[in-house]
Design a protein around this ligand. Structure first.
Ligand code: ADP
Length: 477
């Protein structure tokens, strides 16, 4: 096991719309640290070509059915130096809007071709037909945009095994059946044991059906998606393939999120020297016009403002938090109704509740550093990052027992985990936390236990590497 091609439609710092970009930016670099020659394959959007202006042409692809001709460039990721193959197909990727839709939020009408090309080239680079000398031992695909690649590998005689990772099951890449012929897929692939999904072509289903192994971003989420409602229509297939479905928690950027060296916060601290955290709390209270009170339990929230994130439950418990002498600092953007409910809360409890509507990376760090307790009552959460940042910053998280939250926070050891999916369930956990917060020694033990946990990418990369090796061994057996 020496080489891996990591095919993805976004990667930080070049192009990002969600968590997929964070994983694609970090995991290949962490795998390289472990001695694997992992290389990225990305579409050549404006931002990608601009950042890799000295990338060299290494191959050309012409005459692929239904797809435009393209060039393959080889460059290096700006921060990590990870080699990256870029598909230069201006007609597909040089668009004024985002990677998937135009500036108005409307999906591009040729997304099947745009990501059909990404999938097709990913597969070709794994076969004897590849124009490159460099050949992967395994193909790692991510989300629907690369979902056809495992199908193409299957029809090419399965030269190497593939792993398909689900970052977001909500997007499945569903297209009219005519695309099957247009993209040159064999007609027999259009069946339930193939790329067909309720009469349409589904890129994601293709990947989940043909890949050797499937992963998602936490063990609990890997279980939850085998049922309704989180399976989003794919629960049957995911149940059938349960033996090949694994959950691996994402890492976090431990350099960016490090209380001992965070340029966004005023006072550095660590689990052995916590004084700086008290100063961060005071600075945050000052910054947000909250009453300066070292003893008031300060609850932090940094989140997209959506019902997925349980913001309605937070709004319901907020008066109770204030009644008990607490304070609440919220940062987020999203649903207009939630934004206006938050503004009403601030008006009702001046000096006790602060709500910053907007996206502010610096403030997100200052809330993580300055708060005592972090609320993350997501209804579902494939992995989640903020609970891990909170643990690292000694900000005790209160989370709903779902997905990655359940897998990263240990009830009463590093945080509080509630099972009853309701505002009442959240409130009971808050009461439990407040009772413990009054006991200084016990609280410090909780903070330090969380701060000692390892959420580095190295740990996750080792799990992926084990999975790759196992996949390769099973195939060769
Ligand atoms: P999701 O990807 O579902 O939004 P995650 O917890 O996995 O949830 O990741 C969210 C990321 O976005 C975190 O890094 C979080 O700090 C950041 N974030 C969310 N909202 C804001 C905001 N308003 N300002 C700054 N950062 C934010």
């Amino acid at each position: 096991m020496k080489t891996v091609l990591f095919a993805t439609s976004e990667a930080r710092p070049l192009i990002k719309t969600g968590g997929l970009a964070d994983v694609s930016g970090a995991l290949p670099a962490a795998l390289r640290e472990l001695g694997i020659d992992c290389r990225l394959l990305l579409p050549g959007y404006h931002a990608v070509l601009a950042a890799l202006d000295n990338a060299q042409e290494v191959a050309r692809f012409t005459g692929l059915p239904g797809l435009v001709d393209s060039r393959l460039l080889l460059g290096a990721m700006p921060d990590s130096g990870v080699p990256v193959y870029v598909i230069d197909a201006p007609a597909y990727y040089l668009r004024a809007g985002g990677p998937y839709h135009d500036a108005g939020g409307v999906d591009y009408t040729d997304n099947a071709e745009r990501f059909g090309l990404l999938s097709r080239i990913a597969a070709i680079l794994c076969t004897a037909e590849s124009p490159l000398e460099w050949r992967p031992d395994l193909l790692h695909c991510n989300d629907w945009q690369t979902g056809l690649a495992p199908a193409w590998l299957h029809f090419a005689g399965h030269p190497v095994p593939s792993v398909m990772t689900i970052h977001n099951l909500a997007f499945q890449g569903i297209f009219p059946p005519a695309l099957v012929a247009r993209l040159g897929l064999p007609p027999e692939s259009f069946q339930i044991d193939g790329v067909e999904y309720f009469g349409s072509l589904s890129f994601l289903k293709a990947g989940l059906f043909y890949a050797d192994r499937i992963t998602t971003v936490s063990p609990s989420y890997a279980e939850e998606i085998r049922q309704e409602p989180l399976g989003m229509g794919l629960q049957g297939l995911l149940t059938t393939r349960a033996d090949q479905l694994t959950g691996i928690i994402n890492g976090i950027d431990t350099a960016d999120w490090n209380p001992a060296g965070d340029p966004h916060i005023g006072s550095a601290y660590s689990s052995r020297a916590l004084t700086g955290k008290r100063r961060c709390k005071e600075a945050l209270q000052t910054d947000l016009s909250l009453e300066i009170s070292p003893l008031a339990p300060l609850f932090g929230v940094v989140s997209r403002l959506t019902s997925q994130k349980g913001l309605d439950w937070i709004i319901q418990v907020a008066p109770g938090i204030i009644d008990r002498g607490g304070q609440l600092a919220i940062l987020g953007t999203g649903d207009k109704a939630i934004e206006s409910a938050l503004r009403e809360l601030v008006a009702a409890y001046p000096g006790r509740i602060s709500a910053t509507i907007g996206y502010d990376e610096g403030l997100s760090h200052r809330i993580e550093a300055g708060a005592d307790i972090f609320l993350m009552p997501s209804r579902f959460e494939p992995c989640g990052l903020n609970q891990m940042y909170s643990l690292r910053y000694g900000t005790v998280p209160i989370v709903h027992a779902t997905g990655g939250l359940k897998d990263t926070v240990e009830d009463e050891v590093t945080g509080f985990v509630f099972h009853d999916a309701s505002a009442h369930g959240l409130w009971l956990a808050i009461e439990q936390a407040l009772a413990l917060h009054a006991d200084k020694g016990a609280w410090k033990r909780l903070m330090q236990a969380g701060m000692s946990r390892d959420f580095s990418w190295e740990r996750s990369a080792r799990e992926y590497l084990n999975l790759y090796e196992d996949t390769l061994a099973k195939r060769q057996a």
